[in-house]
Design a protein around this ligand. Sequence first.
Ligand code: ADP
Length: 196
Amino acid sequence: MNIVLIGRPGSGKGTQSKRLEARFGLRHLSTGDLMRAAREAGGSLGCEVASFLDSGQLVPDDLVVALVEDEIARESCPAFLFDGFPRTVNQAEALDEMLARRSSRIDCVVELEIDDQIGVERLYERAQQEGRTDDTPETIRTRMGVYEQWTSPVADYYRAAGLHLPVDAVGTMDEVFSRIEQAIGAAAGKAAARIE
Ligand code: ADP
């Protein structure tokens, strides 16, 4: 099973990913973590990535896709939880192709839904606790706009493919997790019924 998790900044992707990874035995692949690791590693790649991260803009598709492809190539039989990827329709198409080459596919796409305003509030809180360099007021605004412009169409892309599962991400961590489990369980049940 391959699951995609998308959602606005502050929707709780990181938190829910850790639990989903354990619950469904998936390998967690967060492109945000991948980008931060590339920045820490330094060099010309690190410098390039840092400029996008720190301004809240998306890292260019070809760079992200190449890094994801490297990660996927390490596994003979992919069972991934893609966290924060794909974030553009281009990336979604590239992911479909990568998986198809391995006779695999995306099984469902969970979108954690929250209002802009709640996302912004959560990020302000996180900024005080964790001090992430891209959690400044200006960058947060940019990241929200980027989600609207580039990632909302990704939700439409998967909606058209019948894979999109919207989940209300307002509530406690446990409440949201159980909604995600239910949505995935219902989708898996429908898929099994189709095969029978
Ligand atoms: P958040 O959802 O809170 O913005 P992430 O950790 O998912 O946090 O992403 C942080 C940053 O990493 C993004 O603002 C962007 O610069 C970069 N990034 C992460 N994933 C992608 C991706 N799939 N495509 C392009 N850039 C990405």
